[in-house]
Design a protein around this ligand. Structure first.
Ligand SMILES: [Zn+2]
Length: 124
């Protein structure tokens, strides 16, 4: 089996992610997108290519969720949260790169840059 590392798995741990289950199946190992979302485990390296769009979309949606929390919180709290999130994501990105999960690493990198841009826009 081809395991995502523990930190990367955090990205996929929310039940709402199951809405991304569109019945797609990896032609090589027959792992379905739903199975991947539930377990965080893919059957082979090819799965990353097959599910690339869904993985990126999921990470993008999480970013949207962070923005939403930021709006309801005070600016100060949201800024601290964004900084913590950046640190967390950078660790995840490094681990993903080490594990050669380049799709995840790239998506995390984009997310980090977006968060950093938010910090610049919200100077206190
Ligand atoms: Zn596969």
């Amino acid at each position: 089996m081809f395991n995502l590392n523990e930190d990367t798995r955090i990205i996929f741990d929310e039940k709402q992610d199951l809405i991304f289950d569109n019945g797609k199946v990896c032609p090589k190992c027959k792992t379905s997108l739903g199975e991947f979302l539930r377990s965080g485990v893919v059957g082979c390296a090819n799965c990353y290519k097959v599910f690339e769009v869904e993985i990126k979309d999921m990470i993008f949606r999480k970013q949207g969720a962070i923005n939403h929390v930021g709006k309801v919180s005070s600016k100060h709290i949201s800024k601290i949260k964004i900084k913590e999130k950046i640190k967390e994501l950078e660790e995840q990105k490094n681990q993903a790169a080490e594990n050669e999960n380049y799709i995840v690493a790239e998506a995390l990198k984009n997310q980090i840059e977006k968060l950093k841009g938010e910090l610049d826009n919200e100077r206190l």
